[in-house]
Design a protein around this ligand. Structure first.
Ligand SMILES: NC(=O)c1ccc[n+]([C@@H]2O[C@H](COP(=O)([O-])OP(=O)(O)OC[C@H]3O[C@@H](n4cnc5c(N)ncnc54)[C@H](OP(=O)(O)O)[C@@H]3O)[C@@H](O)[C@H]2O)c1
Length: 254
């Protein structure tokens, strides 16, 4: 098995569930020391325990990405604990919406923007500030969505706007900081096998039937498939990939 991340410190936000947990486990399996970050200790502890059980190294850090001081403290704490920050995956995100835009509440809009957009901004700024001081620089992967810049569905305008902003932030930050030794890219997944892609009241069987009908691939995507793209972009295999927004969506935006 390849160990692309041996001796590297990897920070994953939103690592207590879904894609963040899968990516954290995958980085650890390839030799990384993984900082698992998020708001909820119990789910992060579970991720860290899964990594430890598989023989990997992980530590839990509590941080709400929408709070700038918390994110700065998070990066400082990770560096204090592990000595560097080599890779960061800005995965923490929320979904709000599902109804026509006129029905979106101000609260839901503010939540989408503060977590999905401002949270990624906070993380990028704190991570870049650290990585550009390191001789080896670093790599950052933001998790956007195919619904942002690539695919269109009704009822999702606000979430799509928040994720389009992640795609745009990724491109701009990549150009601003590649000469600082910080390589920045995004992954834009389609519907993943997590709770976020279930419609209200829908179970996994209902979702499977909907995907069979709606998605060219005919099935929901696995977090393992999306995590593979994250690890590729974070690795030296992608040393010349800068500012890319890699769409992993089963053909939804083909
Ligand atoms: N699932 C999909 O179909 C899909 C498709 C395209 C893109 N995405 C994107 O992929 C990413 C992961 O999605 P997922 O389906 O794995 O989601 P998930 O299962 O809901 O996990 C999201 C994680 O983010 C954490 N989080 C939420 N708000 C946070 C905050 N303010 N600060 C820190 N952590 C926070 C959550 O934990 P706590 O709430 O405990 O903090 C949770 O662990 C998200 O950015 C999502 O938008 C998902």
């Amino acid at each position: 098995m390849s160990l692309r991340f041996a001796h590297k410190t990897v920070l994953v936000t939103g690592a207590g569930a879904g894609l963040g947990r899968t990516a954290a486990l995958a980085f650890a399996a390839e030799g990384a020391r993984v900082a698992v970050a998020g708001r909820t200790a119990a789910s992060l502890d579970e991720t860290a325990a899964l990594i430890a059980r598989a023989g990997g190294t992980a530590a839990v850090f509590i941080a709400d990405v929408s709070r700038r001081p918390a994110v700065r403290a998070l990066v400082a704490d990770v560096v204090e604990r592990f000595g560097s920050l080599d890779v960061a995956v800005n995965n923490a995100g929320v979904f709000r919406g599902g109804a026509p835009l006129v029905e979106l509440s101000e609260d839901d809009w503010q939540t989408l923007i503060s977590v999905n957009v401002t949270g990624v901004l906070h993380a990028l700024q704190a991570e870049i500030a650290q990585m550009r001081t390191q001789a080896a620089g670093g790599a950052i992967v933001n998790i956007a969505s195919n619904l942002g810049a690539h695919s269109r569905r009704p009822g999702l305008a606000a979430y799509a706007a928040s994720k389009a902003a992640v795609s745009a932030l990724t491109r701009g930050a990549a150009l601003d900081h590649i000469r600082d030794g910080v390589r920045i890219n995004a992954v834009s997944p389609g519907p993943l096998d997590t709770a976020m892609s279930l419609l209200p009241g829908e179970g996994e069987e209902g979702r499977a039937a909907r995907m069979k009908e709606d998605l060219p691939l005919g099935r929901v995507l696995t977090t393992t498939e999306a995590a593979a793209a994250v690890l590729y972009l974070a690795s030296d295999d992608a040393a010349s990939v800068v500012g890319t927004d890699l769409v992993i969506d089963g053909g939804a935006s083909a």
